[in-house]
Design a protein around this ligand. Structure first.
Ligand code: ZN
Length: 339
């Protein structure tokens, strides 16, 4: 099966199983987090919902202070069993408006440069910190062969490294982590998780929709002239997101903001993170990785490079599908509480 066929099959299965859940999730987000009612879920409102969710996290920003990130991060890695000394990294904290976070494996493992663009602290800043430090930790497990592969996108799939970084990024939204490290109560942790995971779900669904659109365009490049592209996108929006957007022009304008290939990457990176989570063979349904033996379980997955994300799924003994991701989303919105 080709990669695009595998993707299509996974999306169809996912849509079938989770359409109702996504609708209920959106309804609950509006009720519990007091998001503005969106009467008709057309594309503008869908995007607006994501922005409202981001704002919901701001009230917790003071609990994620800039002056504590280094201690908290070091502590978290140690508690998960990693011998990873942040003091050995070449870390630069800069102020470019939060868009320049990056890790360079200059002469790794001796020299790994981490750029953190987050002068203000807060929930999103911590998220970036753990994402980038996740990359740094991952690279620190590489040998010379993997470093050579890392420099060549044909040899090492970017999804592989992003999947691992996203895993660490999600670690800080676990209830126990939130309680122990930033002192959130159970109720606060649940609300923050709903806002963060809800936004992630909306964003991933949007990426999946655009990925389907891209794949279809590559398959049939000449089949959609005369406004057919916009109509195709509208029908995918309705099928995948449940968004009834009736303007092909509006739909295409939104899609045009996406760099070609980025949507497939965006979608697959997140799916991969969830699959890694599942492959760690913890209690399958609790979605928790903040545990003292994480290092031991993750180490075999972190070394080595992989030519394609399909290979990677084989390595971790998973089929390529979105089941793990759906389970993770559902963990923030338990079935019983949904009205
Ligand atoms: Zn990354």
């Amino acid at each position: 099966m080709s990669i695009s066929d595998a993707f299509d099959t996974a999306v169809a299965r996912f849509a079938d199983r989770n359409r109702d859940f996504l609708q209920r999730m959106i309804r609950q987000l509006r009720e519990d987090l007091g998001l503005q009612t969106v009467r008709k879920l057309e594309l503008f409102h869908y995007v607006d919902l994501g922005m409202q969710l981001d704002k919901c996290t701001w009230q917790y920003n003071a609990r994620f202070p800039m002056e504590d990130w280094r201690r908290i991060a070091q502590d978290t890695f140690s508690k998960c069993g990693f011998q990873f000394d942040l003091g050995r990294l070449d870390i630069h904290v800069v102020d470019f408006g939060g868009v320049r976070n990056k890790v360079y494996a200059v002469d790794a493992p001796e020299h790994i440069v981490v750029i953190l663009d987050l002068p203000q602290g807060g929930v999103q800043a911590y998220r970036h910190i753990f994402h980038e430090l996740g990359h740094a930790l991952h690279y620190s497990h590489f040998g010379p062969t993997e470093y050579r592969m890392l420099r060549n996108p044909d040899l090492m799939e970017r999804h592989f490294t992003e999947g691992i970084a996203c895993l660490f990024e999600s670690l800080i939204f676990e209830r126990r982590w939130l309680r122990e490290n930033v002192g959130l109560s159970g109720d606060e942790a649940d609300k923050l998780r709903q806002a963060v995971i809800g936004a992630e779900a909306l964003n991933t669904m949007w990426n999946i929709t655009l990925a389907r659109f891209e794949i279809e365009m590559y398959r049939n490049p000449t089949a959609y002239s005369n406004g057919g592209m916009g109509r195709l996108l509208c029908s995918l929006l309705s099928e995948t997101l449940g968004v009834e957007e009736d303007s092909p022009t509006v739909a295409l304008n939104f899609a045009a903001n996406m760099v070609v290939h980025q949507s497939v990457k965006g979608a697959v990176g997140w799916v991969l993170k969830m699959a890694v989570r599942d492959s760690l063979r913890y209690h399958h349904h609790d979605g928790i990785i903040y545990k003292d033996d994480l290092a031991g379980r993750l180490r075999p997955i972190m070394s080595g490079g992989h030519r394609s994300w399909i290979d990677f799924f084989h390595l971790i003994d998973c089929e390529f599908n979105f089941d793990s991701m759906a389970r993770y989303w559902r963990s923030a919105f338990p079935e019983g509480e949904l009205s």
